[in-house]
Design a protein around this ligand. Structure first.
Ligand code: TRP
Length: 370
């Protein structure tokens, strides 16, 4: 069995580059990042629309915490987005919006590699190579593919079929161990494990680690929406989600319009879903005394929902305002955003090149004429 360890290989030009970049990001030391024996965490986000509180508390907050403990790779999956043929200008805009919002919320370009998928062409090459160990039959059986062909019967392209292969390439290019994703991505992750194991087996190597879902249970918070229906999501009804970049008045309006009932009639009554949703939102943004105050008011039937909503709206605003300010600051400074993306791509490419180089060796693509 061949065993590969990822050692940092730097060419002269890369070292020079590194020096230049050190000026831009003075706290970054290459060795601290690339020589670590830390486990690698990787996650991709689709570039769809703007982030809301549900995304923040449901995923992003965990990513931010992981940055100190793991070697992290976070990227925007704009190649995956192509499967549904977005209009090019729209695609560019949404990539920028997601990157801006992730950075504004606290993903740190110095701690993690934060990049745009298409800026790392090594991913596409690994995708080509992994396509050779992915079988048509297993791809056709994938639930997300079956759903997509139902939904987009007019556009069943090969990119949709091989979506899990591209996702596996995203993960395996950094030989990541842990992938924080929602339940809906479990099957894709299982396929990535199958490709990794099949590759190792086929070539008699122990090269790709098996990537597993990052178990976020315990930290996972389901953020309710404002329409009483459950989850906060942008595809739910209008007014259900509160976006991080929303202005104060819009937030007030949405919260004031949230569904309530006619109020408790008996002391200590159980809260109906829409009321308990408002309390759950309070747990995320309000002070414990505030929550206790309204909880008591509910339990002794003196609660006035208008007051609760006003308070909740102000607490949400206090929480989102600094994030919104950072978003606007970055938006007004596109050069800075570009530098962050280039820096992230460079970090990611260094790791990607190491993997791809080894894969070339393993598969017999190097030194053909020697
Ligand atoms: N398919 C994921 C989603 O729809 C996005 C994604 C692409 C991803 N590549 C990934 C997630 C790699 C984790 C790891 O949400």
């Amino acid at each position: 069995m061949l065993c590969y360890l990822s050692a940092p290989l730097l060419s002269a030009s890369e070292s020079l580059n590194r020096l230049q970049k050190t000026e831009l990001f003075p706290n970054h030391t290459e060795s601290a990042y690339f020589c670590t024996m830390k486990e690698r965490v990787l996650s991709g986000v689709r570039s769809t629309g703007n982030l809301h509180l549900g995304n923040y508390f449901g995923a992003l907050k965990n990513f931010i915490q992981m940055q100190d403990q793991y070697e992290c790779y976070f990227f925007i999956a704009n190649l995956h987005a192509l499967t549904t043929h977005p209009e090019p200008e729209m695609l560019k805009r949404s990539v920028k919006a997601v990157l801006t919002e992730y950075i504004a919320c606290g993903l740190d370009p110095e701690k993690s590699a934060i990049y745009v998928q298409s800026d790392v062409p090594e991913i596409s090459e690994l995708y080509t190579l992994l396509n050779m160990v992915a079988y048509k039959g297993e791809l056709e059986k994938c639930t997300s593919f079956k759903e997509k062909i139902k939904k987009h019967a007019e556009n069943i392209n090969a990119g949709l079929l091989t979506y899990p292969v591209l996702m596996a390439a995203d993960i395996l290019i950094h030989r990541a161990h842990k992938v924080p994703v929602g339940k809906d991505q479990e099957q894709h992750l299982e396929m990535a494990r199958n490709f990794a194991v099949r590759f190792n087996h086929k070539y008699g190597v122990d090269f790709f680690p098996e990537p597993f879902a990052f178990d976020m249970s315990g930290q996972l918070i389901k953020v309710p929406g404002l329409d009483g229906s459950g989850k906060m999501g942008k595809s739910e009804s209008e007014g259900n989600a509160i976006f991080l970049r929303e202005d104060a008045d819009a937030i007030r309006k949405k919260v004031m319009r949230a569904k309530t009932d006619s109020g408790p009639t008996q002391p200590n009554q159980e809260k109906p879903v829409e009321i308990s949703n408002l309390f759950t939102l309070m747990q995320l943004v309000s002070a414990p005394e505030t929550i206790a105050f309204f909880d008591d008011a509910y339990n002794n039937c003196s609660i006035r929902y208008g007051d609760l909503k006003k308070q909740l709206a102000e607490d949400i605003i206090a929480f989102t305002t600094p994030l919104k300010e950072k978003i606007l600051e970055l938006e007004n400074n596109p050069k800075q955003l570009q530098e962050i993306a280039e820096y992230g791509a460079e970090k990611a490419r260094k790791s990607a090149r190491q993997t791809l180089g080894a894969v070339h060796d393993i598969m017999g693509l190097t030194s053909i004429w020697k």
